[in-house]
Design a protein. Structure first.
Length: 273
């Protein structure tokens, strides 16, 4: 199986590449500025803003893993155009988000899911919960500088999922049959609040880490102050609203069912396992 991984240098894309290589797939690791890829993968250029890069990246591939163009101004249109261009692709795995079917239409993931279902290809949708690795990447700055994380999540519990589990589920779906037409909700084995997660990380690192609930209006103002587009502000607010309403507390057994082993726990992530 020859698989193109779009978003290969991102949080989920890197583990997908690793898991595909481990399963013996021929992997093209696509990114806007490709450098040295993981061992066993070929780096290729793919830029959502440059359509001349699309067909060369897709050429000869049978499988496709897609992280959508969330930062582009027309994310639905771009995904639709990509699927139209993917002539030789017969199997697609799409990264969506937990709760995509309960979010407002301005959140692009539900539209991507619809386009994929209508594409005529064998498809699998992954709806992961928030990543455990967010604490080491997206949240790293404020935690390193002040030991404090402020988010408009209230005291909601989340079943944070390890990106390595996402990658392994994606690799199984891309390289074996029986996963077409499936929507997989991916979670960790238990739900915990941001405060509990930071306590676990703090104990493992010997640091004092704290979570401070933030008002949604203050969160939105901070995003706008950094120049984030209004649409992106609104859909991020929608994600946190779903979280505060309990939508991310669900725990599923999907990782075990697809990969044959249990999902990695947040404590294992905190301890570097």
């Amino acid at each position: 199986m020859d698989v193109l991984v779009i978003g290969a240098t991102g949080k989920s894309g890197r583990p997908v590449v690793d898991a595909l290589v481990a399963r013996g797939a021929k992997v093209r690791a696509a990114s806007r500025t490709p450098g040295a890829a993981a061992p066993g993968a070929e780096p290729v250029r793919f830029d959502w803003d440059d359509r001349s890069t699309w067909r060369p990246a897709l050429e000869g591939a049978e499988g496709l893993y897609v992280v959508g163009p969330v930062r582009q101004s027309e994310p639905e249109l771009l995904m639709h155009q990509l699927l139209d261009d993917a002539d030789g692709i017969r199997r697609v795995v799409l990264l969506s988000v937990l709760g995509a079917d309960r979010l407002p239409s301005l959140v692009p993931m539900a539209g991507w899911e619809h386009d994929l279902r209508m594409s005529g290809r064998e498809w699998t949708v992954l709806r992961p919960n928030w990543f455990q690795q967010n604490f080491g990447e997206g949240f790293a700055g404020p935690l390193r500088e002040r030991g404090v994380l402020e988010l408009p999540a209230g005291e909601a519990a989340l079943s944070f999922v390890d990106t390595r589990d996402v990658g392994e589920v994606a690799a199984v779906a891309l390289t074996s049959g029986g996963h077409g037409g499936q929507v997989y909700e991916l979670t960790g084995p238990s739900a915990l609040t941001h405060g509990e997660a930071l306590s676990a990380l703090g104990r493992a690192d010997g640091r004092d880490l704290r979570y401070v609930p933030q008002e949604p209006a203050a969160f939105a103002a901070a995003l706008r102050g950094r120049g984030v587009a209004e649409r992106s502000v609104e859909w991020q607010l929608a994600l946190f609203r779903l979280m505060r309403e309990g939508g991310n507390a669900v725990v599923t057994s999907t990782v075990r069912e697809v990969t044959g082993r249990p999902a990695r726990s947040f404590l294992a992530y905190a301890e570097g396992a």
